[in-house]
Design a protein around this ligand. Sequence first.
Ligand code: ADP
Ligand code: ZN
Ligand code: ZN
Length: 727
Amino acid sequence: MSADLFTDPDARPYAVMLPLPLPGALDYLSAEPLVPGDYVAVTVSGRETVGVVWGEGAGEVAKLKPVLRKLDLPPMPEAMRGLVDRAARYTLTPPGMMLRQATRAPGLLEPEKRRVVLMRGPVEPEKMTDARRRVLDAVAASPGRSAADLAREAGVSGGVVKGLVETGALEAHQAPQDRPPPRLDPGFRVAKLNAEQSEASEAITESIAAQKFEALLLDGVTGSGKTETYLEAVAACIASGRQALILLPEIALTADFIRRVRERFGAPPVEWHSGVTPAARRRAWKAVARGQAQVVAGARSALFLPFSDLALIVVDEEHDQSYKQDDIVPYQARDIAVLRAAQEGCTAVLASATPSLESWINAETGKYRRLTLRERHGPAVLPFLSAIDLRADPPEKGSWLSPELLGATRDVNARGEQALFFLNRRGYAPLTLCRKCGWRAGCDQCSAWLVEHRGRGALLCHQCGWREPFPRACPECGTEDSLAACGPGVERIAEEARERFPLARVEILSSDQTPDPKVLQDQIKSIADGGADIIVGTQIVAKGHNFPLLTLVGVVDADLGLAGGDLRAAERTFQLLNQVAGRAGRAEKPGRAMLQTTMPDHPVLRAILEGDAHRFRTRLSEERQQARMPPYTRLIAVIVQGEEEEKVWQVSRDLAAAGSVLTEAGIDIFGPAPAPYAMLRGKHRVRMLLRMARGIDHPRLVPAWRAKVKVPSGVRVIFDVDPYSFL
Ligand code: ADP
Ligand code: ZN
Ligand code: ZN
């Protein structure tokens, strides 16, 4: 076959992008004419792989491998190919790895399975029986169903349906095996928006109708109805026959969201996240590509779905850290969402009660249009916030809950309401040490302490997942029962709560306590229905769950996030504490939040207590500007890692020595220095940080710099553009 291909006068080379870490597209030969965006099957190292035609190829015809076949899929739109190229360039990632995000559906290579469906034929049956009438009515109501489905629906035997096919009253047709997703009805149950909400919703709807790129920041306090508001814009979007994508930060949140979409539109959205089965992923991917999926709700990876007519992207809880993916392809989904909207010429809505500083500044400077919801919907009011000064009102020795917080808990529980103790630390205790010899339990593979998880009788490394049974005696000096827990995690707070309130039902809400998202969803629902009196939770409780009976939030250690001192410590603490406090009093009952702190005068805590977000952000942005920090500049983290420490340092020193390529262009280089986690999973890590003006062409300069250094095998140089983690 390939011999023919080489002499075929129609055979042409095409550049095909493959979902692999290659610097660019590879050339393949095809006699069948192809256009950019066509999906094709090719072989790479003997394996059949999906590729996408990126353009014309060059290459010597005789040396090229053939395109095996063109796949029966709608071509990848130009906007999407542009997104892959631009996102890859910006993040310093091989374009094929970005493409991989877009072809992560099973079964793309396989021919589509077909099934037989029945439609009304031109002939009237000669003999009309009751049973036949019911079948024909069922077909009229919804054509295109299988014989078995029809028989079941009409309550007749298979023979009746078969008879109708034989007379020609029904005709058999071939249809794709995958059925299109259920249709959403924009008029199913229209919400009555309040004045603020309708104004915002109309602004989004007008932006969609304008069919050009615009980014809007939907800045609304917790419980103000942001979801309610953007769902009305989604309604307008699907009414005009176009597609909407809604990104959610956490798959534990999707169940509640799916329910709301179903209530609003009479059918659920298409889901796309790690909890979706392979078959459902295949169906979802194709339904999106064919324009049959009206609304997709999903995790950040849904950004790379091949929408054919995308009109609206919503990034809900846009400030959420989980939008920054730190895997092999590091990207910030919020930024990619805006980039995609720009490529598509459509509307992006970033929604949050505590917008990221980046988005807030973009709204201040007019780059994004700001839509504001100031009030909670209906009778709900924002919680009353106060600080508990732990220096003046300390907990008893060996405990963590202050008398004032305990008193308030007693009061709300007595009224049948719930209290939440928030501590962003999993497990029982973050550090275990020997009282006799001072030994501390650390991970062999990481520079990190092992965290005791008492429920599981184990010590765990939160960095690499290493787990070992909790030792009975000190591994160093052999003394029995000498190991002491230092500091609290949620398990320890729950233990204290159970001691203080023996009759209360205490529940821990933490991702590792309930790793199965389904179980977690059930637990959240049970708590929302009143199945707990006291909830002890990590940051997962901050993420948009509605607990109507919750009226008291106690932040166990409000100082915790401020200690780290990284770029976003203040901002993150502000967001987290505001979101957690926002869990209280979301229904009729007013709520309050109490922040236990040793520094009630800290500017971040003052800003939270005074509720003056605008002043806080203004200050923060001035600080960033003065310190020449993002978003006024751009940072790129460089991580050099490998098993052999000497090699890692050699590469780091070589990179530093080659730095003139960067410094001459005005880029600052900090480091190399050992990373705070100098060892992770057995690999040594050295960090450097690049800082530059935002206009600098980093996609050209940084790879040129990297190319000057020989990197031996066993060492990797990783770039993280716009880093969120500095560890
Ligand atoms: P947010 O997304 O801003 O936190 P939600 O959209 O979840 O707020 O709304 C908070 C609560 O108020 C939800 O229970 C929601 O159903 C209710 N709500 C908000 N707006 C309306 C409205 N216009 N009509 C009826 N209920 C509303
Ligand atoms: Zn010891
Ligand atoms: Zn470890």
